[in-house]
Design a protein around this ligand. Structure first.
Ligand SMILES: Cc1cc2nc3c(=O)[nH]c(=O)nc-3n(C[C@H](O)[C@H](O)[C@H](O)COP(=O)(O)O)c2cc1C
Length: 201
């Protein structure tokens, strides 16, 4: 049985009650909410204050245009592996951003001389802040990736610097009230993943 930590407060509650929610209504979050979410993102830790984060907010008709970048990436992968893309698959890929009223491309632009893994770690911390901020505002969000984020040409297609690393696509919207809440996916028992050295009590 999963051990539950005995302490709680609003932050711990928010962390534990957040869920990835993909079923959204068409209602677009307000711009002020999106700004609050990005503001939360850039309060993530980052080594040497490099502020490597970059965001592209995609809404409305721009989602279809940006979806073409996903489809183009799919095509490139097919060419590399010597195949072709089924037109239905391609069309599905191009429509992916229509699953949410807002998609935020969350990326980091590496700072020269800084370790890339630390810049990407700061990007991941920023995305987690975004998910928690969205949750605290009553919005729904999912951190999505896929092979496109590993495509070295994709960042430029989203108008980012060619060397930028896409950390995720944050799908953002209003939860569909007709969809029952998802059960909390099980987490490992703390004792099975933690070693306590030097603790005597
Ligand atoms: C790096 C990363 C990439 C992810 N990519 C996807 C994705 O491509 N599609 C998706 O539906 N969820 C994706 N997720 C969300 C996870 O599936 C989700 O966090 C997991 O199922 C646990 O559910 P929870 O977020 O509700 O706790 C990703 C999460 C992380 C951290």
């Amino acid at each position: 049985m999963e051990a539950v930590a005995p302490l709680t407060n609003a932050v711990l509650e928010a962390i534990k009650s957040r869920r990835s929610i993909g079923r959204l209504t068409d209602e677009r979050p307000a711009r002020v909410q999106v700004e609050a979410i990005i503001d939360a993102a850039i309060h993530a830790p980052n080594h040497h204050h490099t502020h490597p984060w970059r965001f592209v907010v995609i809404a409305g008709d721009a989602r279809q245009g940006a979806g073409e970048a996903l489809a183009a990436s799919l095509n490139r992968r097919a060419i590399v592996s010597g195949g072709t893309v089924d037109p239905t698959l391609r069309a599905n890929e191009a429509m992916k951003f229509l699953r949410a009223p807002v998609v935020i491309v969350a990326a980091v632009e590496p700072t020269p001389g800084e370790p890339l893994d630390e810049e990407v770690a700061a990007g991941a911390a920023a995305v987690q802040n975004m998910l928690l901020a969205a949750h605290s505002l009553g919005l729904a969000a999912v951190w999505r990736t896929g092979a496109t984020v590993r495509d070295p040409q994709a960042a430029a297609e989203f108008g980012l610097a060619a060397e930028a690393v896409i950390v995720g696509f944050v799908y953002l919207g209003t939860p569909d009230p007709t969809t029952p809440p998802k059960p909390r996916p099980a987490r490992p028992d703390l004792a099975s993943i933690t070693r306590w050295d030097g603790w005597t009590d």
